[in-house]
Design a protein around this ligand. Structure first.
Ligand code: NAI
Ligand code: MG
Length: 376
């Protein structure tokens, strides 16, 4: 029987993005190199970045652009891949709202990746800045509405430069999008042992969209009688995350709120360099995209200081989404081994290893433990 081969689009992007993505690809190649691995990965590299934008005026080329004789290198070519690995985008010479909308949101929105999923947990060998909080005390799954809300792109500016200049940034909340994200959140909560969901809003001050959000949560909850759920206002939520992390499990929030809360979660669980994200199209009509949550970290580019663990963890989420559970487990186990047992860590988490040394330690572990890839 031929092995399934998954086509993976790799978009390194800017700053440390290409460094962590190539580390991720090396580790994934080590998994596929095992004779015990039941699948293959085919990597397709894309040079979509701020560099390309500055050269050509576009982050993503048109589908019918003829690039060095190759057609079909635009968004349509992503749609035929099985998954996307993404680094980061953002550079000092391009305003952040241009780069974010030009690349990342131009992929997530048309490909309908409406659920952004961010696990946060303290790994063995990594310490939390919260005193007394250790492995097991903080194990969250943050689900972020990824298609509308505060980041819907509605609004405008007029009377530019005048005293009475005005700008609007309109939040959009639609019943259909709220239903799909709530159903996704409740079902994710029901798959976890604690079956506990916290719905975050700001429905005291924002009395339209946020009230609809609460209402839809309440409606959907009746479809999931096994899930216990509660509601939090986003400001009080920051306090609860810091003061009582063990009281939380699965969390669902709007695009903006979850963006902020998940950065806080990443910091509380050790480092922004470790945390992974999946941008999922749960309908599976489009490929989903996996990326570390950190940005392009221009202050550490080219120095070997980039922590690749966020990309390894994101790659594990990708394998899990592709249905390759054993390979995903092996990758997570290799991460735990490096952080704890051999203590191969980058400086952001208190070690002195380089990106390359962490990558090599991962590969050694994978190669010598590849029996875990096989069915019992
Ligand atoms: P950042 O995440 O790039 O960096 C924040 C701090 O964390 C820096 O001191 C950096 O050195 C450190 N850091 C980040 N990732 C690290 C890693 N893997 N290993 C070790 N240290 C790491 O956030 P910042 O500085 O706010 O943004 C820089 C650029 O990245 C901006 O242009 C921003 O728009 C963009 N950005 C892009 C994101 C994306 O593509 N998804 C997400 C966040 C920011
Ligand atoms: Mg963010």
């Amino acid at each position: 029987q031929p092995k399934p081969t998954y086509k993976i689009a790799c978009i390194g992007g800017d700053g440390i993005g290409p460094e962590v993505i190539s580390a991720g690809v090396e580790v994934l190649r080590a998994i596929c190199a095992s004779p015990r691995c039941g699948f293959d990965l085919e990597f397709h590299e894309y040079d979509w970045s701020s560099d390309r934008y500055l050269r050509t005026g576009r982050y993503i080329p048109d589908d019918d652009d003829d690039l060095e004789g190759r057609k079909d290198q635009g968004l349509n070519s992503l749609k035929e891949k099985d998954a996307i690995l993404f680094g980061s985008v953002g550079t000092p010479s391009v305003p952040d709202h241009i780069s974010l909308w030009g690349l990342r949101l131009s992929i997530c929105q048309p490909l309908q990746m409406y659920a952004n999923v961010r696990p946060s947990k303290i790994l063995p060998g990594i310490s939390s800045p919260l005193s007394g909080v250790t492995v097991g005390d903080l194990d969250w799954l943050i689900i972020r509405e990824n298609s509308e809300g505060e980041y819907s792109g509605h609004g405008g500016r007029s009377h530019l430069g005048q005293d009475h200049e005005v700008a609007t940034e309109v939040s959009i909340f639609t019943r259909s999008s709220l239903l799909r994200i709530m159903r996704f959140a409740f079902s994710q909560a029901s798959l976890r042992p604690r079956k506990l969901l916290t719905v975050v809003t700001k429905s005291n001050a924002q009395r339209n969209g946020m009230v609809l959000w609460d209402q839809v949560a309440s409606e959907v909850s009746t479809e999931f009688p096994d899930v216990r759920w509660d509601r939090m206002l986003v400001d009080a939520m920051t306090v609860r995350m810091v003061r009582d992390p063990a009281s939380l499990d699965t969390i669902v929030a709007t695009n903006l709120h979850a963006d902020i809360l998940s950065d806080l979660a990443a910091a509380l669980s050790g480092s922004i360099g470790i945390a992974p994200t999946a941008n999922l199209d749960p309908t599976r009509r489009n490929p989903s995209m996996f990326e570390p949550i950190h940005g392009s970290a221009t202050d550490i580019v080219g120095k070997g200081l980039a922590n690749p663990v966020g990309t390894f963890w994101s790659s594990a989420m990708m394998l899990d989404w592709l249905g390759e559970t054993r390979a995903s487990q092996l990758l997570l186990q290799a991460i735990r081994h490096c952080c704890q047992e051999v203590n191969v860590k980058t400086p952001d988490v208190g070690g002195s290893s380089t990106t390359g040394q962490v990558t090599q330690a991962m590969i050694r572990y994978i190669t010598s433990n590849d029996r875990l890839l096989q069915l019992d």
